[in-house]
Ligand binder design. Structure first.
Ligand code: HEC
Length: 201
């Protein structure tokens, strides 16, 4: 287990500020609404990241990984709900093929978006900054990719590096945890923002 918590926190902050993406590839989907979808989606995704991550960082500083994991496990879902309420109209979720909490498992559209990021990364060597889908005539989805930074490895890295206490807590809370074994720079998943058409006109 890493001991230099302040460094870990710095790394976490850096992840928040720039999600290590390179190209601004236009996404699939229509349309003249896209700039607006992008602007609403990006703002909402950033709000969620800025709500969750400084708190994880503070919890890490206060009590280390097990304590912070406890915090994430209890607070991640309610905090996401709070952001949804605060932003009235959009619906936000974090999702990944390798999810820890089954509540974060991808639906069909989300799986398509995850594949888009994954395939583009594999084929072109860089991660697009965003992706937009039009779901129905009156609903869009905006996706912002998340990249694994050093700090994330404390809870999503090689389980052999986890303390027995952390491993035990993970086993208890998430018996089907898929969100381990990541390395720095890996594509971790996305923040998904659902945006009703009324918000982009
Ligand atoms: C202190 C431990 C901890 C750290 C550090 C941490 N996470 Fe997590 N992460 C969790 C827990 C616990 C969950 C499950 C939360 C829940 O129950 O919704 C989670 C869930 C997620 C999810 C939602 C999908 C899923 O697996 O359920 C994403 C995406 C994610 N983390 C990305 C990151 C990224 C990126 C970083 C680094 C910037 C990071 N995490 C750092 C503990 C952590």
């Amino acid at each position: 287990m890493r001991r230099y918590v302040p460094l870990v926190c710095m790394a976490l902050l850096m992840i928040l500020v720039g999600t290590a993406c390179s190209t601004a590839r236009p996404a699939s989907g229509p349309s003249e609404d896209e700039p607006q979808v992008r602007s609403v989606g990006e703002a909402a995704a950033t709000t969620l990241i800025r709500t969750l991550m400084p708190r994880v960082q503070a919890a890490m500083q206060e009590g280390g990984p097990v304590y912070a994991l406890d915090f994430c496990s209890v607070r991640a879902q309610p905090l996401t709900e709070e952001v949804n309420e605060q932003l009235r109209g959009v619906d936000i979720k974090r999702t990944s093929f390798k999810f820890r909490n089954p509540l974060n498992a991808p639906d069909t559209y989300e799986a398509a978006a995850l594949r888009y990021f994954q395939n583009t990364l594999e084929e072109q060597g860089n991660l697009p900054q965003y992706y937009v889908q039009q779901i129905r005539s009156n609903e869009y989805r905006y996706y912002k990719p998340l990249v694994v930074g050093e700090a994330c490895l404390n809870c999503h890295g090689d389980p052999a590096q986890f303390s027995p206490e952390l491993q035990q807590t993970l086993n208890e809370r998430y018996p089907n945890d898929r969100a381990v074994g990541f390395e720095e720079g890996d594509f971790r998943g996305v923040v998904r923002v659902t945006i009703p058409e009324a918000m982009v006109q």
